[in-house]
Design a protein around this ligand. Structure first.
Ligand code: SAM
Length: 198
């Protein structure tokens, strides 16, 4: 186990050195607490990058648990495949290669946890698909929901406007829908946690 932890640390350091935006430690800690408490068997991740978060999540799955993770960048897919092999998780982590906007509508099986961590301008589309694919007792995490503080400020510059507007819409939709329960945590770059109301 210690050896596996060392390998995972090396994957993290290499990703950070290459400026690949992987999950921040405090965000990961929050999600890990849910993974410890909840009965999670099937995870969907949107945005694999180097496989770091998927590998961290997989440590909390039972032997028959699986993670499907979507990535469109071919260089990152290759690196993620190597990393997943290094930690011996090829039987649990499946990379779905391509654009999540095209892949998500083809998925049919439900998931217990969905982690949204890809193009910020597509978050409301990802939400719609995540709600369709979520088990009744499931949970959706959306990372970077506060995007450097822009989302809850009066930020209105042209550069990130589409992303910021989409993230604002995600928060509005998840907090105003009477069927959903949503918390926004100020960890990392902001984490939205959404469940279906019982
Ligand atoms: C923030 S990184 C993911 C980090 C990873 N979840 C982790 O914490 O280790 C976002 C990744 O999503 C990918 N991505 C962005 N938009 C996407 C899309 N529409 N479909 C598939 N992948 C996408 C990017 O190529 C990038 O590698």
């Amino acid at each position: 186990m210690d050896n596996k932890k060392n390998i995972i640390n090396q994957i993290k350091e290499k990703s950070l050195n290459e400026h690949i935006p992987i999950i921040m430690d405090d965000t990961l800690e929050v999600i890990e607490e849910y993974l410890k408490k909840m009965n999670i068997n099937r995870i969907l991740e949107i945005g694999t990058a180097t496989g770091y978060s998927a590998i961290c999540f997989s440590l909390f799955l039972k032997d028959d648990g699986i993670i499907d993770t979507i990535e469109r960048d071919s260089v990152r897919i290759e690196e993620a495949k190597n990393n997943i092999e290094l930690v011996g998780k090829t039987n649990q982590i499946n990379i779905l290669e391509g654009d999540a906007v095209e892949i998500l509508p083809t998925l049919k099986e439900k998931y217990d946890m969905i982690f949204i961590d890809a193009a910020k301008g597509k978050y409301t589309f990802f939400l719609k698909e995540a709600l369709r694919l979520l088990n009744n007792d499931g949970i959706i995490f959306a990372d970077n929901i506060l995007y450097k503080g822009y989302v809850l400020s009066d930020y209105n510059k042209h550069k990130q406007r589409t992303a910021v507007n989409n993230l604002r819409k995600y928060i509005k939709e998840t907090t105003e829908d009477e069927n959903l329960e949503t918390e926004i945590l100020h960890v990392g770059d902001g984490l939205a946690i959404t469940k279906l109301k019982k």
